[in-house]
Design a protein around this ligand. Structure first.
Ligand code: URA
Length: 234
């Protein structure tokens, strides 16, 4: 990766502000390849050069990629004056890094929510152009019929005239369906199912592309994506 200023690299870890990082360097607490460096503006390549603070290697990553089991009742936003957001569920260093949710889940939807500070990653998952499958499990009032399955496959037109891309509706049992869409329009799955006469009672996202919600994550819990998940994605 391109060389970057030492104070910028240190603040990108989320552990220090830019000012604190510069102060640490000035105080002689920072080494590059084992040699003390007092120039916060010096540019280094953290993939090739060993940066340490008081002897502790700086675990630097260009970007972070997190998987959260979003609980009900929390907003998919970075901040809100009155309500709890998904950023409030993470340690503060992620907010400092500029981590944001990839797309949105409604306040009343639970399940897989990815968060990152990588705009390209977010765009690849959310842009309808990339046709990434988003898979939802829904409990409905009533069970959709075969006509609804066909309407989803054809591409539904919602009551307000919004056109939806073709989607997959699978009937799993009484009042329970799996829906796969490739876009993320406002309240899309709820509105699609309501348009077929079977409004949603509960909605949970299970998968985005090849990334599946880790079943060991309880609502509100999160983890970084594994190297394997990242390799499969990129
Ligand atoms: N569709 C919805 O209606 N709500 C969500 O949160 C996600 C998809």
């Amino acid at each position: 990766m391109a060389a970057q200023r030492i104070d910028k690299i240190l603040s990108a870890t989320g552990r220090y502000s830019r000012r604190e990082a510069a102060a640490l360097v000035k105080a002689g607490a920072v080494t590059v390849d084992g040699v003390c460096c007092r120039d916060a503006a010096r540019k280094i390549d953290p993939d090739k050069q060993a940066l340490a603070v008081r002897g502790e290697p700086v675990g630097w990553k260009e970007h972070v990629y997190l998987m959260l089991h979003k609980p009900l009742g929390v907003l998919s936003a970075t901040r809100d004056r009155d309500q709890k957001t998904v950023l409030d569920l993470l340690p503060p260093e992620y907010r400092a890094r500029g981590v944001f949710p990839v797309g949105r889940l409604d306040k009343d939807t639970s399940g897989l929510l990815l968060l990152t500070d990588d705009g390209d990653f977010s765009h690849r998952l959310t842009s309808p152009k990339h046709r990434v499958d988003k898979v939802y499990l829904a409990q409905t009032d009533g069970t959709p019929d075969e006509a609804a399955v066909q309407a989803f496959a054809d591409g539904l037109t919602l009551r307000d005239g919004t056109h939806c891309l073709p989607a997959t509706l699978e009937i799993l049992g009484e009042n329970q369906v799996r829906v796969t869409v490739q876009e993320g329009q406002y309240h899309q799955v709820r509105r699609m199912l309501a348009a077929c006469g079977t409004p949603v009672r509960e909605l949970m996202r299970l998968r985005e592309g090849g990334l599946e919600l880790d079943s060991s994550l309880k609502p509100g819990a999160w983890r970084e994506l594994t190297e394997r998940e990242m390799r499969e994605f990129f």
